[in-house]
Design a protein around this ligand. Structure first.
Ligand code: IMP
Length: 475
């Protein structure tokens, strides 16, 4: 019985059967690499939210692997990788990733997909783009992968789930019910856009996806018959992977195995706790691992947050420590800060400890991992935000709940000495320059959790464990 193993101190736990990995900033912190490392000594890796808006890059023996949907543990053939019920899944994209991995000789037999996960349908992608275009200057800067509209349909109970792919009749009925309001919404949006363009005296724009539904000819991508046929064939291909994944996680935990719950996006993009509305449409914080994988809160033993040694954000929204100078440029170029999913340049800035402390609390983090320390080489002094000052001069030691304060707040910084030596080769704490160690200590003390792992380069070997490597409980 699993309960028999309970009752030990969480912080001194020698093993961590239920471990959640979450992004502690605005995403792209390098969670994939951490999950890939921990996968070595775990049994099951589960993604619990988000969709192919995520992008994880893992560099292995100089070879780059990019995933959008498949859990980062997939490079370990003997591990079970799960796409949990909380994920929204674009079946065409998933099949593309499966095919791509197979071509490179990666075995995907152990990939399991929750029958309850919701599907991103072609109309979700069209609506995402149309919604952003409609918002104009107020747009969120979404990845336009259909994430928001898909989660909206889930809440509206108009969603199509993975299990529906296995029954053509049900699938057709559900697509029909979901499609009708979308066709109407897309038609209205494009009529409005055409009208605006006409008023502005512009000629008709060609090839714009959302506009096609305004023509008298129906958009072929929104044809019920074609969509149903295509999705039935997706169902045939995905069927061997479809499973009761919550049950799979319970069985693993009950057997004393280690389950890593892999978060996508990050805390400050959380639908409830992030910088709304400039957020994603799911909950990337640790608590959501329970809902998105189907386990209970008591199944979570450890929560590790992943933060970069500086900060980045892609898309619109407040970013108090953003830098638009040479230092920001160095972070962009040395850190190769271009979106894995959209290729967009990421906005770069100083590490924001006010926001990081907020993330530690929201996630109930037990440890932090700091990535990309190497990118800071040669920047002296290093700055970290320790409080915000509002336009009116009010001091905020903690993350303000009011969005307008965040938009206009000026961060106040602590300056710490930088380091001008390569850290890429460091494999132990002692091999890091004293300034880098002091920087890490400052972060850890400020936010109140230990740093367990530091990334010093893109390759999976380029890490420094602080203290002992955790003994996960792989079977
Ligand atoms: P959506 O998730 O595509 O709806 O986009 C909403 C916001 O989240 C936008 O600002 C995106 O740039 C951001 N976002 C979504 N996924 C990621 C990610 O994996 N990394 C960083 N930002 C992301």
């Amino acid at each position: 019985m699993r309960r028999a193993r309970r009752g030990r101190s969480r912080h001194n736990a020698p093993v961590m059967p239920g471990l959640v990995i979450v992004g502690a900033q605005w995403g792209d912190e390098g969670k994939g690499k951490i999950v890939d490392l921990l996968a070595d000594s775990s049994d099951v890796i589960v993604r619990f939210q988000g969709g192919n808006n995520a992008g994880h890059t893992i560099v292995r023996d100089g070879e780059k692997f990019k995933f959008h949907l498949i859990p980062s543990g997939i490079l370990h053939a003997d591990k079970v990788c799960v796409i949990g019920n909380g994920v929204v899944l674009d079946p065409a994209i998933l099949l593309g990733e499966i095919d791509g991995l197979r071509r490179r000789g990666v075995d995907v037999a152990n990939l399991k997909i929750s029958a309850n996960a919701h599907l991103i349908m072609p109309y979700h992608v069209l609506l995402d783009t149309a919604g952003e275009v409609k918002l104009g200057k107020l747009s969120i800067g979404t990845t336009r992968r259909g994430i928001g509209p898909c989660y909206a349909d889930k809440a509206l109970r108009l969603g199509i789930r993975v299990q529906d792919l296995l029954d053509e009749k049900i699938l057709r009925t559900k697509i029909r019910a979901a499609l009708e309001p979308k066709q109407q919404a897309l038609r209205e949006l494009s009529v409005r856009r055409r009208k605006m363009r006409k008023e502005a005296g512009e000629g008709a724009e060609r090839g714009e996806p959302a506009d096609q539904s305004a023509d008298d000819t129906p958009d072929p991508r929104l044809d019920l018959h074609t969509m149903t046929e295509e999705h039935v064939s997706f169902g045939h291909r995905l069927e061997p992977h479809i499973a009761d994944t919550a049950r799979l996680c319970w069985d693993a935990l009950d057997a004393g195995q280690t389950v890593v719950f892999e978060g996508a996006q990050a805390t400050l993009l959380d639908l409830d706790h992030g910088t709304y509305p400039f957020v994603t449409s799911s909950n990337p914080i640790a608590g959501a691992a329970t809902i998105g994988a189907g386990v209970g809160p008591t199944d979570i033993d450890e929560v590790w947050g992943v933060a970069k040694a500086y900060a980045t954000r892609v898309g619109a929204g407040p970013f108090p420590t953003e830098l638009e100078d040479d230092v920001g440029r160095q972070m962009l170029e040395r850190g190769q800060e271009y979106g894995t999913t959209t290729g967009r340049e990421r906005r770069c800035g100083w590490l924001d400890l006010v926001a990081l402390r907020y993330a530690v609390r929201l996630n109930g983090m037990t440890a932090l991992t700091i990535t990309k320390l190497d990118v800071l080489k040669g920047i002296d002094p290093l700055r970290v935000a320790v409080r915000y000052r509002s336009k009116e001069g009010a001091i905020f030691d903690s993350f303000p709940y009011h969005q307008s304060i965040l938009h206009s707040a000026e961060p106040e910084y602590e300056e710490l000495p930088g380091f001008d030596v390569d850290v890429e080769g460091a494999r132990s704490e002692a091999e890091l320059p004293p300034q880098a160690r002091a920087y890490l200590s400052y972060i850890s003390e400020f936010v109140g959790v230990p740093i367990r792992l530091v990334g010093v380069g893109p390759d999976r070997e380029q890490v420094v464990w602080i203290g002992d490597e955790p003994r996960l409980q792989a079977a």
